[in-house]
Design a protein around this ligand. Sequence first.
Ligand code: URA
Length: 229
Amino acid sequence: MRIDKFICKSTELTRNEAKKVLKIGDVKVNGEVVKNAATQVHENNTVDIDGQILTPRTSRYIMVHKPLDTICSNIDEVYPSILNYVEVDKAFDLHIAGRLDADTTGLVIVTDDGRWSHNIISPNKECPKTYRVWLRNPIDKSAIERFKVGVQLQGEDGLTKPGLLEIIEEQEVLLTITEGKYHQVKRMFAAIGNKVVGLHRESIGIVELADLPLGEWRYLTEGEVDFFK
Ligand code: URA
């Protein structure tokens, strides 16, 4: 890891502040002054600022119940970032493992462990995500087979990976998919001539939103974290 990032993970300093303490020569790695912010440090290195040895914070694994009109981004834009809801130190240093659209609600996982979140995001890992979907038009049972085979999304090569469709009511379904293409769920229903009018993510792998209130967050349990390792 770069030393400026290591300092951020071990202190309350921002990236710019870390660069400043490096520049003035306050930081040592194994007793040698290091000024270059891009210097790589490893777990077995001893890093200190003015003699104070740094220990990086352990990684954080958090779930949030995303409200409508919030965005999965590390900056606020037209709508506020969901990271505003996560009341931990340096929440904006976390990243989002699988985005939801501004008009989608439900389960979002945030972490600062990039290797771990890769197992959620990468299509090769085939991590299942289940969405509750409300539709403009009644769904035909034939959609179950069409999604099982895969559908052709506009502008994409080849079919989607198989999706598992469960019909709850004429205009309400559960869809489980293992990919996360841009607007995938909305585009899958568009591909079969329907339209999504409401979308809510209920689970990612074994992690279920369950009764976590809207706008609230909690740390994942050890078992939930281990599932994605
Ligand atoms: N698919 C979509 O179309 N939107 C989302 O927010 C998530 C999946």
